[in-house]
Design a protein around this ligand. Structure first.
Ligand code: AMP
Length: 445
């Protein structure tokens, strides 16, 4: 399969980076659907190539029709993601003369108003600031033909769904809608149900990140995590390393300790100003910092290809958060390592993660660090999708993505229920075209 198989405008085709030798699975499925003008629900997370999956066909569509009016609106939950999408679209559209601008909070409105006056065809926006522009009538969305809602589950996590509904009310009714989400919590499902008309469902699930990432568990006492991290960094030939902690405070403190120990490290957490966030991210991207310590929220959508290792200094609270974290490495079929420090309290979460990656994860006991009984995991048996909920000893919240997976399969197997998804299934006939493939784990070495 090659990009030339798609019916893309030649000037858009010319903007595809040379490194994209062939389309990723989501691109194979989504590009023709978007080109045909259909609504699309993409069940995929970052790292799967979804920006090009919607960006290329949208640019192609915009080659025909008027210029200097906003015809495509892409809404994303974080500034970093909005910036990345806009940069990607500018790259893809470098030969098209189409213009894209970003709209997000934390910077002056005036600049954005000035950019909007110049008549871009594409706007990439975060919900809060976009609503400000709508309320102040500094943006005209009356000509929007395509709406993209990216990372819809994060928009929900971050409390943006009311803003999304406000935005949607200002758009023309007759438009194409594309929605992307790694998971499908109930609220996002409702949104999909309300917004999408007979969507083509494109489902690549977690396949891409997990297929290219090797996972390892490091048993350790909670009090010795920093020492273990220093040892691991010493022993492992790492490139750029993204380290996750549970709280902002821990991120800051850990980055400081790492720097004191001679590592080039910085932290990114919610308390930073926009300028500080950019300094940290650009420094990490350029290699000035080898280590970036982050919290889950702060790391959303970070797209840095050079990340070779994700280290979960603190295990994430949910399986979903795990897949998002490790999605920062092994991007677009490159390989990466995901190292998770585990204490005895983390056993339940470990089991849930193992179920998602589809096998037992290798434990690496580092000399001198497993003074207590290391966390053991029960043998992993592949539960039938319908049974997974009942087998889990985890609280409901922790298992949200597992439930989603089993419901997704059920959705194509069952009929005649009153749940929102099944109602959706009955009304939208194209629903249920799932081609989810089993997660695989790169063999540990
Ligand atoms: P995304 O999921 O859109 O954030 O993309 C993840 C990464 O994959 C980005 O660095 C893209 O530039 C890269 N990428 C997207 N599509 C391809 C492709 N077909 N071949 C190689 N890399 C790609």
């Amino acid at each position: 399969m090659s990009f030339s198989n798609f019916d893309l405008d030649a000037r858009v085709f010319a903007g595809i980076p040379a490194t994209y030798s062939e389309p990723t699975p989501i691109q194979v499925q989504a590009i023709p659907a978007v080109l045909s003008g259909q609504d699309v629900l993409g069940l995929a997370q970052t790292g799967t190539g979804k920006t090009a999956a919607f960006g290329l066909p949208i640019l192609s569509r915009l080659m025909k029709g008027p210029r200097k009016q906003i015809r495509a609106l892409i809404v994303a939950p974080t500034r970093e993601l909005a910036t990345q999408i806009c940069e990607a679209i500018r790259t893809f559209g470098s030969q098209t003369g189409l213009r894209a601008v970003t709209i997000f909070g934390g910077v002056s409105m005036r600049n954005q108003i000035e950019q909007l006056r110049r008549g871009p065809e594409i706007v990439v926006a975060c919900p809060g600031r976009l609503v400000d522009h709508i309320q102040q009538r500094t943006i005209d969305l009356s000509r929007v033909e395509v709406l993209v809602l990216d990372e819809a589950d994060h928009m929900f996590d971050m409390g943006f769904l009311p803003n999304i509904r406000t935005i949607i009310r200002t758009l023309p009714q007759d438009r194409q809608n594309l929605m992307f989400s790694a998971t499908m919590p109930k609220e996002v499902e409702h949104l999909a149900f309300d917004v999408l008309q007979e969507p083509q469902v494109v489902n690549v699930g977690r396949r891409a990140p997990t297929a290219t990432v090797a996972h390892y568990l490091y048993p350790v006492d909670a009090s010795r995590k920093t020492d273990l991290l220093l040892r691991v960094l010493e022993d492992t030939g790492t490139g750029a390393v993204l380290v996750f902690t549970r709280t902002k405070h821990r991120a800051k403190k850990l980055a400081r300790t790492l720097a004191d120990c001679g590592h080039s490290a910085t932290a990114i957490q919610g308390n930073l100003s926009q300028r500080q966030r950019e300094e940290a991210l650009n420094g990490f991207r350029s290699g000035k910092y080898q280590l970036l310590v982050a919290t889950d929220i702060a790391a959303r959508g970070i797209d840095i290809d050079s990340v070779t290792h994700v280290i979960n200094y603190d295990i994430p609270d949910t399986v979903e958060a795990y897949t998002h974290r490790i999605g920062r490495t092994g991007r677009a079929e490159r390989s990466g390592d995901a190292l998770t420090f585990i204490t005895r309290e983390d056993e339940g979460t470990v089991r849930a993660i193992e179920r998602v990656v589809g096998g037992k994860i290798e434990r690496r006991v580092v000399d001198g660090f497993a003074s207590q009984k290391p966390a053991q995991s029960a043998p992993v048996t592949q539960a039938h999708p319908r049974q997974r909920d009942h087998r889990s000893s985890e609280p409901r919240q922790r298992d949200r993505s597992l439930r989603f997976e089993s419901r997704d399969r059920n959705a194509s197997q069952q009929s005649g229920s009153g749940s929102p998804r099944k109602r959706f299934h009955r009304r939208r006939r194209t629903w249920g075209g799932s081609d989810r493939q089993a997660s695989t784990v790169r063999p540990a070495h």
